[in-house]
Ligand binder design. Structure first.
Ligand code: NAD
Length: 279
């Protein structure tokens, strides 16, 4: 069984980015006090520091009005892109999730956050482009992008393969399905209302699980030789685990990601790449 080691692959890729990237800046908007969010924001800060990208976390009051939030975004854009004393050639902005829906909508509006600056790739313009064969998104969302990079690093080609994705969120399942289609995979997307899930997952060459249910997938869901990408991050009393019961499936797999150390580090790396690869 091949362990798809996202920590190792991302370490290798970070080294290629060097440490002299102070022309770039990431601004994170954090709303409220979600403890998991704090961990994710800290990881993003560390990744920026590692490659020399300037980092700022702006704490936003949960009761901020729509108009004030729009103004805040505009002020940050002007401060870092157009003011002479703090000029960055590469600026990325993200809204840390979860956030109130009305603020998400403001942030995702490309008139507020231009698609090149939307380095999570969740904004309306990037999202629309990923659905459309004729146009490439400016930015690809970090988790699906990290999964594609990881598979590529282990020479796992998806062309012609049956890729089953469980989970249809806007940040993982849906964009990943489109990215897999662009690479000529045959894609099935399952979700909480899918009937006969096992029947479908057993036909997968590559199974991607992004549902947020600890150890939900076990050896009864899969066929021999499958590649499993476990996106889940679940905090349990025994520690962090994925959506897949690693111990129960590992002997049947051709390859599998560990949790932690699989998709997580690839997601953060992809965000950093999105900031530095802006044109
Ligand atoms: P979400 O929480 O928005 O949605 C869950 C999805 O799972 C839904 O589409 C739902 O239909 C599906 N689902 C739930 N129960 C199911 C069931 N019993 N059978 C089939 N489908 C079911 O999804 P999300 O935001 O993509 O997050 C999913 C998981 O991935 C969470 O654990 C999250 O923490 C993790 N995550 C990890 C990373 C990373 O970098 N590793 C990034 C994003 C999300």
């Amino acid at each position: 069984m091949i362990l798809l080691n996202g920590k190792e692959v991302s370490d290798k890729l970070y080294n290629l980015l060097g440490t002299n990237n102070d022309y770039a800046k990431l601004v994170v908007f954090t709303v409220g006090n979600d403890p998991a969010s704090k961990v994710y924001v800290r990881n993003k800060q560390r990744a920026c520091e590692r490659v020399g990208i300037s980092f700022e976390n702006i704490i936003v009051d949960e009761n901020i009005s729509d108009i004030d939030f729009e103004k805040l975004i505009e002020d940050v854009l002007y401060k870092y892109l157009f003011s002479l004393d703090t000029l960055y050639s590469h600026l990325g902005m993200i809204l840390q999730l979860p956030a109130p829906q009305h603020l998400v909508e403001i942030f995702n509006n490309s008139e507020n956050v231009p698609p090149m600056i939307d380095v999570d790739g969740f904004g309306n313009e990037n999202f629309a482009r990923i659905m459309c064969n004729e146009k490439d998104p400016y930015i690809l969302p970090a988790t699906p992008k990290g999964i594609m990079t990881l598979l590529n690093n282990y020479n796992i080609d998806v062309e012609g393969k049956h890729v089953v994705i469980i989970g249809r969120s806007n940040i993982v399942g849906k964009p990943l399905a489109q990215m897999m289609l662009r690479k000529n995979a045959t894609v099935t997307v399952c979700h909480s209302k899918t009937q006969n899930l096992k029947k479908i997952t057993k036909t997968a060459d590559i199974l991607v699980v992004a549902i947020g249910k600890p150890k939900f997938i076990n050896e009864t869901h899969i066929s021999d030789g499958v590649t499993i990408i476990d996106v889940g991050i679940n905090r349990t009393e025994e520690g962090i685990c994925g959506d897949v019961d690693f111990e129960r499936v590992k002997d049947k797999c051709y390859a599998i990601t560990p949790v932690p150390g699989g998709v997580g580090p690839m997601t953060v790396y992809s965000l950093i790449e999105n900031i530095l690869m802006q044109q």
